[in-house]
Design a protein around this ligand. Structure first.
Ligand code: ZN
Length: 149
């Protein structure tokens, strides 16, 4: 689409000026919708758990060409799951005090800790990519060349 290519140019143009809150908001808004943070195009994933090597629209390497790039998304997913558990426990305890169903807190929390990382996984990948792009803008080499694997 024509608007996609304009978005790529606009994003790269913003990147040239360094970090800005406006650029971070744009990147994050695209990331929370599981889209390519750089251009906003959909289809960044082959399946729920498999990120494509490159964005089909702008050609950005979605792992930035780094073998350990997933660690940021892993940490983001882990922290989000922990915060969700804290929020769940706090909400149940505050809402039902003093008759707190402790078995529900225990088993509900366990189920949440299994489901939350699975549900949030793809979002963690594109949100982490958005955060990383905000602080380390993409360079030309990330849009060209072959991707192994
Ligand atoms: Zn893209």
């Amino acid at each position: 689409m024509a608007s996609d290519s304009r978005d790529v140019v606009a994003t790269i143009g913003l990147a040239a000026g360094g970090f800005s809150a406006r650029r971070l908001r744009i990147l994050l808004w695209r990331g929370v919708r599981r889209r390519c943070p750089n251009c906003g195009a959909g289809g960044a994933f082959e399946s729920w758990f498999r990120l494509r090597a490159r964005c089909g629209a702008c050609g950005l390497r979605l792992d930035r060409g780094e073998n350990d790039f997933f660690l940021g998304a892993f940490t983001l997913n882990f922290v989000t799951a922990e915060l969700a558990l804290c929020a769940f426990m706090l909400a149940v305890i505050v809402a039902l005090w003093p008759a707190v169903p402790w078995d529900f807190v225990l088993y509900g929390g366990a189920v949440l800790m299994v489901l939350m990382p699975l549900i949030f996984y793809p979002f963690s990948r594109t949100i982490w990519l958005a955060i990383d792009l905000a602080f380390r803008p993409a360079t030309g080499r990330e849009f060209r060349g072959e991707v192994e694997g």
